[in-house]
Each structure stands twice: as structure tokens, then as C-alpha cells.
Design a binder for this molecule. Sequence first.
Ligand SMILES: [Zn+2]
Ligand SMILES: [Zn+2]
Length: 316
Amino acid sequence: MIVRFWGVRGSCPTPLKPAEVGGKISAVLQRVRPEDLQSSQAKEKFLARLPRYLKSTIGGNTACVEVRLADNTMIVLDCGTGLRSLYDHMEECGDQIRDYHIFMTHFHYDHLSGMPYFAPFYNGENRIHFYSPYSKMEKIIREYFRKPYHPVPFDAFAAQINFHILEERSIPVGPASVSWIKRNHPDGSIAYRVEEGNSSFIFSTDTELEDRDFRKTRRNKSFFQDADLLVMDGQYTLGESIEKMSWGHSSYSMAIEFALEFDIKQLLIFHHEPMNDDRQLEKYRNIARTYTDMLNKKHGKKLILDFAMEENWLEL
Ligand SMILES: [Zn+2]
Ligand SMILES: [Zn+2]
């Protein structure tokens, strides 16, 4: 399966500010030497040496992750503002998808607000499948489109829309199976595990880790143990997570400890704090990597750690 990130921010969209763009350009100009501009090869080398926070951005769209299975089945996790970029990418690639399997973790705005702008909803040839264990899912989504909140009602969607309330712990989707577990978050949140062949991916955004999550219960082990990739809420520093206890989010350091506890192979920190700019997030990324190295050495483990970045993708 291929996992692709279209929105990695938490809480509210965070576009780059004009001053940030100017700051990046000026920092790059200060680093360039005449010899870096002598040939196209030298220019490429110079660009490759630049830190990630200067030559790119971690992204400002809110939660949306695409999972593409081996037979091209499309799974979408959450409908934050990144959902629009997913469609832009499909347009660019000439991608003809008719069935969309959309799993909703919960219904806070940052996980819903891309929905009205997703063109496939307005195409009568498409079938949209929404999944959640919340029995009120249809009512909640319909209300989001009520006047005066949105000019176009939910019934304007031409696609065939199906709401699937998850009762079983696991359901088949194309060649994969998707299972779920409840997470600690205000108004609730669900983590999903997508398993295809020998590959497994867990999406656990909007999660405030508690002691009981670390317990090796049968359920925790069967859901988390040995997963290839865990994408987890790590919005805060440890200090912030103590200050903002019960706000529903975890620190990146706790997410690392959790991933090590369940022998996860790769962890991507997700739901980045909107108050943190690219430079600040790069600083936390470096601290998080050092912390992971320390714990890997101490416990003889090999966890790979990074911060999720918009438009990045990986194959499992
Ligand atoms: Zn959120
Ligand atoms: Zn939330």
C-alpha cells in the first residue's frame, strides 16, 4: 500500500505567512556563495544541502491521509482541508476512481472542513462510502452542510453516498482489512489499522495517551503490536501536554515511547500545532530524533522516527 499525506496540521489550517516566505528567501540568499551558482549541478547541490524548513514547508492543511491499495482501491482517512489537494493530485495524474472509502476518526472541524470542496462528491458516477462506529455519523455530516453554514446542501452531492456504521471490529475493504479502536479525545476519536498482505498502517490522530494505552492487553497488542507504520498525534512538547492535560492531544515524546512499547517499525508524528512554524517544527523534529536514538540504544530497538509532511508519501 501507498500512504500519502495531504493534510498534517491539527486544529486549524496554517498557511505560510507572507513574512515567513520572505524570511525563507532571505535565509537562502545569505547562504549562497558565488560558486554555488556556477553550473546547474552546483545549484542542485546547493539546494540539496538546504535544510528542509527553508526549501519547503511541513504544510498547512488539516488532517487528510490517502491510502492506495495494491489493486488501486482508494481509502481516505479524514476530510480536513488536505482533501482538496488530494483531488488536485488525482486531476494531475488523470486518476479515474469511482469508489471512495472514507474513514472518519471523529467530527471536529479540522477533520471535516475539506468535505464541501471535494469534486468527486458532485459526480453522479461516483460511490462514496463513509465509515465510522458513531451511529449519528450521517446526521452529524448532514448538519455540517446546513444553511447558513454552507450555501450548498448535502443533498446537492450527486454521488451515491453510503454510510456504514462499524459494528464489527474489522471489515474488508478491497484486498485489505480495516479495524478500529477508541482513543481518548474530547467527543471521542477512533484509530484505524489498515492491513494488506503483510503490511500494516495505523492512523491514530487526535489521541491523548493515557497509562492504560501502554498496558499490554490483548486488544492493545492485537491492534498496535509490530505495525509497519504508526501515524500519531504528537502536537505538543511534554511540558505543553502537562499544561494542556485533557485537551485531547499527546506529546511527541510520549508518542515515541508508545511506539517503542509496541515495537512499531516507523512512527510519523502528526497533527502539528498551528502555533509552530516550519523552523520550530524542525527544531522539535531534531529533538525527537535524538530522543528516539537514545531510547533505541537503551532498549536495543530500531524505531524510525519522522514528522509527517504534506505531499510526502511512503510505500509499505
Ligand atoms: Zn484534530
Ligand atoms: Zn479533535
